[in-house]
Design a binder for this molecule. Sequence first.
Ligand code: GDP
Ligand code: MG
Length: 743
Amino acid sequence: MRSVASPPHPPVPVVALAGNPNAGKTSLFNALTGQSQHVGNYPGVTVDKISGFAAVDGHQLEIVDLPGTYSLTAYSLEEVVTRDFVLKNKPDVVVDVVDSTNLERNLYLLLQFQELGVPVVGALNMTDEAEHKGIHIDVPLLSKLLGIPLVQTVGSKGTGKDALLKAVLDVVAARVDTAERHLNYGPELEERHEDVVEALRSDDSFAGKYSLHWTAIKLLEDDADAVAKVKQAHADPERVLSVARRATAWVRKHFGKDPEVVVAEQRYAYIRGALREAVKTDPRPANALDPTDLVDTVILHRYLGVPIFFLAMGALYSLTFLAGSPLSDLVAAGFAWLGRVVTSALPTGVLREFLVNGIIAGVGGVLTFFPIVLLLFLGLSFLEDVGYMARAAFVMDKFLHLFGLHGRSFIPLMVSTGCAVPGVMSARTLVNPKDRALTVLISPLMMCGAKTPVIAMLCAAFFPRHAAILFWIVWLFGWALAFVLGFAFRKTLFRGEDSPFVMELPPYRLPTLRGISQHMWQRSWSYVKKAGTFILASSMVIWALLNYPKTEHETQEHAAKVAAVDTRAADALAAPGLSPKLRAHIEADRNAAIRAIDTEQRMQVARESLAGRVGRAIEPITRIAGFDWKLNVALLSGIAAKEVIISTLGILYGVGDMSADAESAAHSPSPLRHRLASDPDYSPVGALALMIFVMVYVPCIATLGVTRKELGSFKWPAFMAAFTLAVAFTLAVLIYQIGRLIV
Ligand code: GDP
Ligand code: MG
């Protein structure tokens, strides 16, 4: 076959979505591209840029969702990502998403894009809320005043997206010019500004590459980046910088303020002027209480805020556990049925053993907990979308400071309660490298979606009556330990001051069903996907490691035992005149006996297997914490991913082989927890030590990998693995030894 060269396409125009955090960029992005990226009423969610495609009138457009920023200075990573993208990738159009309920602050960024000289369109988003609040915008007038095309949108519903795309196309086709600056800095500043522009203009090649206006205004603001750029790229930096210095000195003297402040004030003054002309706001009845304020006085209360957060989470976790457990049992029953079907369909042998006690036990064991994980994510998505999480971050800010942690650390920690991998990544929002490394190190101590099933199972097995509350206590313990270790690291490894930050408080919003379900589904789906891929592969490997090497002697011994039982049963059945009932009874007895032999055999083989030998080799040490060789194997394999702990125990106990006790399986469809609870080697005290160990010890490989990537050195994941192991073991030993004395 010969490939035919396709006719060259004109390049697809690139449209960058920018705007303040929470203005609805991602919602609009999803509406335009039909994707379902994480929409969050929560800062720091979209750290990276994401892209997709949209079509209008037969034209293709590439849309890029940028992180939220208030300005284009370089104070935070979001600002740097956005500014770099706009300057280096030169998108054809920037769509600045504006929160119409907060025009004054949002237009600030819009005007900065215009000043930067990039083609820009404003999406006046949250139109529905603005109308609700009685804010009436004369869009054509405002658009004319600013010199920027404006389109009203409702991102969460997709309203106005076509009009927006058309406005974008007009700008792309250069039918509309947005570059002409309407903003005026007032006669005094304008004059200084003109001096600097004049000095810059002396070099033609510089003028060709950079916006002179923007560079000049940045020089007036004394922006380090702009100074560096002039030094590097301008033919006569000395002269330019001396003119700029004279100008800033004049501004400082004349206004008695920092030039940067003066420039910002002038921008705001201009915006306020434009808004006065083009926006009318209904007066609010004097006695009307804003419900947001009312709720916030409680939720953001100085002392109550933090306990409210932990209690709200406790309620969520306990409810999830209570509501999820029966559903979880249903799923377990489903896998039990599957195990029985496969068992009866296949002859005895390695294949059956592999399918039933390798795959079904391993993967099924993990999927059993899916309902709990799903409900948990549902609850978290709701709290996030309703606007609570941003407030929790606000409240926790001060609390985190007590432990020497940055307020922004809350977001990575909270994200880590879903999964530490995105948690570690979201630590990028911390600008200071020390704050960032510190946050990354403590993020894996949270209870993540993978530890959830392990902890839930142990709680249910050993503390059936207080499972829900204990589950929450263990969750709390993760936070507490993160705070304590964070404090210790701050005092030793990362000495220094933590820097303050401003937390956005979005209004409370009734979340949309679509938003929440999308949100929940994204997180839950990755749980299922992981079970079907990574956990499946791990289960196969572990099954093999627990079954081989198998000695000929063991196999023969097993066959002989089974044969003896068979013969005995056959003899009994041969007796004349047996009633059908008695017959069934004898057969049931025989099956039970064979299964008992199977179970014993499985343990025996596992003990002598490769994995079993490793587990037993370290038993002398781990005994101090109450871990026997079986737990050692499970915990070692849990470094791959924490769910694998469940898979390994499931394989060890042969829980896929439901027929092993079909009788009791019918009544207790979650046999792993029953088998653990009835294993004489384990006790509630041991289970507690185990739970804490699981919470703390070595993060999974994915987390270690992303830590290396984010912090740029193998030293960090190595240190992380070492300290978590040391702390986890110490805690487990303390709990086990002290617990044994007390109980
Ligand atoms: P981003 O931070 O700018 O990406 O904002 P998101 O797209 O994550 O949106 C923040 C929140 O505002 C989410 O809860 C959205 O559902 C909600 N939202 C987005 N656009 C609108 C809108 O036009 N009207 C209303 N009422 N809510 C919106
Ligand atoms: Mg976003």
